[in-house]
Design a protein around this ligand. Structure first.
Ligand SMILES: [Zn+2]
Length: 162
């Protein structure tokens, strides 16, 4: 393992063995059991903008671990939205495709939010301190956009008083 690289085997709380490799800003690699999960490090790239390299790699690693740890939560959210989806039979095909696209986007936003919350909860003091030093504007934008997309998106996808 070279100086800046983080590579670790871990086990999720529900028993899934994982391997996470954070090589640099552009190369992340997560393997859950035998299944490789391709995960574009876009979020890590944006949210870690301006942080020192060491901190970037470390927080990126915890973020990827957060994805694994919060996977059941993300699946429960997905299943709940699916169960309460609006217009089960009344939507045209065009609208169904739009609905499904939004469904995937909202699921991703909720999962990103869960993974990054995991990073925050892991060490709130360090998280706040690091971002205080850099201003943390990209991170603030991330939190705001992901929260809006996850909350408003979820409300938009489910039926309320149909
Ligand atoms: Zn992520």
């Amino acid at each position: 393992m070279n100086a800046g690289q983080l590579s670790r085997h871990a086990r999720s709380w529900y028993g899934l063995p994982v391997e996470i490799v954070i090589e640099d800003d552009y190369w992340h690699w997560v393997k859950a059991g035998p299944v490789p999960l391709p995960h574009p490090p876009v979020v890590n790239l944006i949210v870690r903008h301006g942080l020192p390299r060491e901190a970037r790699l470390k927080l990126s690693y915890i973020h990827e671990m957060g994805h694994i740890q919060t996977l059941p939560l993300a699946l429960v959210h997905m299943a709940w939205v699916w169960k309460h989806r609006r217009g089960r039979n009344s939507m045209s095909w065009g609208r169904r495709i739009v609905w499904f696209g939004l469904f995937i986007a909202v699921h991703q936003a909720a999962w990103e939010l869960a993974a990054e919350s995991y990073v925050f909860v892991h060490n709130p003091g360090e998280y706040k301190q690091l971002y205080k030093e850099t201003g943390g504007h990209p991170a603030k934008i991330f939190w705001l956009l992901m929260t809006l997309l996850a909350v408003l998106g979820t409300l938009g996808l489910i039926k309320r008083n149909e």
